[in-house]
Design a protein around this ligand. Structure first.
Ligand SMILES: CC(C)(COP(=O)(O)OP(=O)(O)OC[C@H]1O[C@@H](n2cnc3c(N)ncnc32)[C@H](O)[C@@H]1OP(=O)(O)O)[C@@H](O)C(=O)NCCC(=O)NCCS
Ligand SMILES: CC(=O)OC[C@H](N)C(=O)O
Length: 174
C-alpha cells in the first residue's frame, strides 16, 4: 500500500494489473507525485540529488510520451490520463480530484505570463480539449473533444466547440 494517498487514488483509477506495462501515462503521473513528495522533504544533500533525478525523469517522460505535468501544478488525487501525446499542463494550473485527461489536452495561459485555469473535481476532458487563461471550470463538467474553453464553465455543465458553448447545464443557462 502506497504512503502517498494521492498516488493510491491515481492507481485506483487505472484499475488494472501492471499498469506500468500497459499505460504510458501512469509513468508521467508517478513522476509528478514523486516530484511533489521530493518538494516536501527537508533541505539537504539528499533533496538536491533527488531534485536532479526528478528533473531528468520529468524531461524523459515529457519527451518520450508527450505528457508534461510539472510538479509545480496542483493536481488532486485520482488523476486518469487516457492515452498520451501533446498533453501540456501549465506549472501554475490547479486541477481538482478525480479528473480525466486525454491526448492533446492543453491547460495553460492565453498569452505569455497570463493567468491560468482552475479546474474543479471530476472534470472530464475530451481528446484535444484546450483551456486557456484564468478560467474556472466547475466540478463534474465535461469538455468536448477539440473544444477551446476561454470562459468559465459552471458546475455540472458540458461545453463544446471553439470557442466552447454550454450544451448542457446542471442549472439551465438562459
Ligand atoms: C462533449 C461530449 C461529452 C458530449 O456528449 P453528449 O452529452 O452525449 O452530447 P451529444 O452527443 O448529445 O451532443 C450534443 C450537441 O453537442 C455537439 N457536440 C458534441 N460533442 C462535440 C464536440 N466535441 N465538439 C463540438 N460539438 C460537439 C453535438 O453535435 C450536438 O449538437 P446539436 O445539438 O447541434 O446536434 C462528447 O461529445 C465528447 O466530445 N466526448 C469526448 C470523447 C473523446 O474525447 N473521445 C476520444 C477518446 S480517446
Ligand atoms: C480512443 C478511445 O476511444 O479510447 C477510449 C477510452 N476509454 C477513453 O475514454 O479515452
Amino acid at each position: 500500500m502506497s504512503k502517498d494517498p494521492d498516488w493510491a487514488a491515481d492507481l485506483k483509477r487505472y484499475n488494472m494489473r501492471r499498469p506500468f506495462l500497459k499505460e504510458q501515462s501512469i509513468w508521467a503521473i508517478w513522476v509528478y507525485r514523486w516530484g511533489r513528495r521530493i518538494e516536501q522533504r527537508s533541505p539537504g544533500l539528499i533533496k538536491k540529488v533527488l531534485n536532479v533525478l526528478y528533473l531528468i525523469a520529468f524531461r524523459t517522460v515529457e519527451t518520450a510520451f508527450g505528457i508534461s505535468l510539472p510538479r509545480t501544478a496542483r493536481i488532486g488525487p485520482g488523476l486518469r490520463i487516457w492515452h498520451f501525446g501533446n498533453i501540456f499542463i501549465h506549472g501554475d494550473a490547479v486541477i481538482g480530484a478525480g479528473c480525466t485527461l486525454r491526448q492533446g489536452v492543453t491547460i495553460g495561459n492565453r498569452s505569455e505570463d497570463g493567468p491560468v485555469p482552475v479546474i474543479g473535481n471530476h472534470v472530464d476532458f475530451g481528446a484535444y480539449a484546450q483551456v486557456y487563461g484564468g478560467v474556472r471550470i466547475g466540478d463534474h463538467c465535461k469538455i468536448g473533444g477539440l473544444s477551446v474553453v476561454l470562459s468559465d464553465v459552471p458546475e455540472g455543465a458540458t461545453a463544446v466547440g471553439a470557442p466552447a458553448r454550454i450544451i448542457a447545464a446542471k442549472v439551465p443557462v438562459s
